[in-house]
Design a protein around this ligand. Structure first.
Ligand code: G1P
Length: 290
């Protein structure tokens, strides 16, 4: 069985839900407290044992490349002023080996993943979506999926149950039980169904281990929901050809594609911080708006 060494992070979207901020700043660079959201995603990949990362970027996303690059003038300035803590912070992101490819047209998530074909080079690979940040200090969500892959040898979708009014926001899975109560064998899946048509409330939440046969399917996948090439449609086809599993991963998951979800992440990550948590909590308790 081939090890999972590579991860793909699609980051080409316009981020229209966060305009006007995303007019000039990639949404992946919006911070939770003081750290760009993409750093949380990349860190989860590295903590899970991923060795190579491909970011599928697009127009107006150069800030992401600069973030994972060295910054000689800033570094010199921080060194001169003896700000070594800050120097360490900016050097951490520069030490990560990241590859890039640009998605030329916004043709959907499936098309973004197809851009990773040469990078994957016939190996199974991970996908992490930037809108889904998962907090689990013990076992990263992606690592949990990798464990399932190592046991089963099949593709694995990171899932959690969502309330009925949310099923139309996600890829929804139909599966049959396996020996592991947290793991279903996927029979089919559907992208963003109306609540009444949804086969379950089990939603795919931005973490995937995918077998390389997906690329041939993606090459022939017609645009689906919203006129976009949907990864969900290609995965559904793959599930008919070979075993695929839906794993109910452990962790607090935040939907950064949503303003309320972004605020929740900001508040909760700030409360967890050693340097900020106590003061921020005090502030929240006494907060009164005029
Ligand atoms: C994408 C996928 C969807 C998945 C979701 C997870 O949708 O198409 O299947 O459930 O991410 O966040 P998006 O949120 O990009 O519209």
């Amino acid at each position: 069985m081939k090890r999972i060494r590579k991860a793909v992070i699609p980051a080409a979207g316009f981020g229209t839900r966060f305009l006007p901020a995303t007019k000039a700043t990639p949404k992946e660079m919006l911070p939770i407290v003081d750290t760009p959201t993409i750093q949380y995603i990349v860190q989860e990949a590295l903590d899970s044992g991923i060795e190579e990362i491909l970011i599928v970027s697009g127009h107006g996303k150069r800030a992401i490349e600069s973030y994972f690059d060295s910054a000689p003038r800033l570094e010199a300035e921080l060194r001169k002023k003896g700000k070594f803590e800050q120097l360490k912070l900016i050097n951490q992101s520069a030490a990560i080996q990241v590859f890039y490819i640009r998605q030329r047209e916004m043709r959907g998530l499936g098309d973004a993943i197809l851009c990773a074909k040469a990078f994957a080079d016939d190996e199974p690979f991970a996908v992490l979506l930037g809108d889904d940040v998962v907090y689990n200090p013990y076992r990263p969500a992606l690592r949990q999926l990798m464990d399932v892959y190592e046991k089963t040898g099949g593709s694995v979708l990171g899932c959690q149950t969502v309330p009925e009014d949310k099923v139309s926001s996600y890829g929804i899975v139909k599966g049959v039980p396996t020996d592991d109560p947290k793991c279903l064998r996927v029979e089919s899946m559907v992208e963003k169904p109306a609540a009444k048509d949804a086969p379950s409330h089990l939603a795919v939440l931005g973490r995937y281990i995918i077998m390389p046969e997906i690329f041939e399917i993606l090459e022939h996948t017609a645009p689906g929901k919203g006129g976009e090439v949907q990864l969900t449609d290609a995965l559904c086809a793959l599930a008919k050809q070979q075993p695929m599993y839906a794993y109910d991963f452990d962790g607090r998951r935040y939907d950064l594609g949503d303003k309320l979800g972004f605020l929740q992440a900001t508040v909760e990550f700030a409360l967890r911080r050693e340097d900020l948590g106590a003061k921020f909590s005090e502030y929240l308790k006494t907060l009164k708006l005029d």
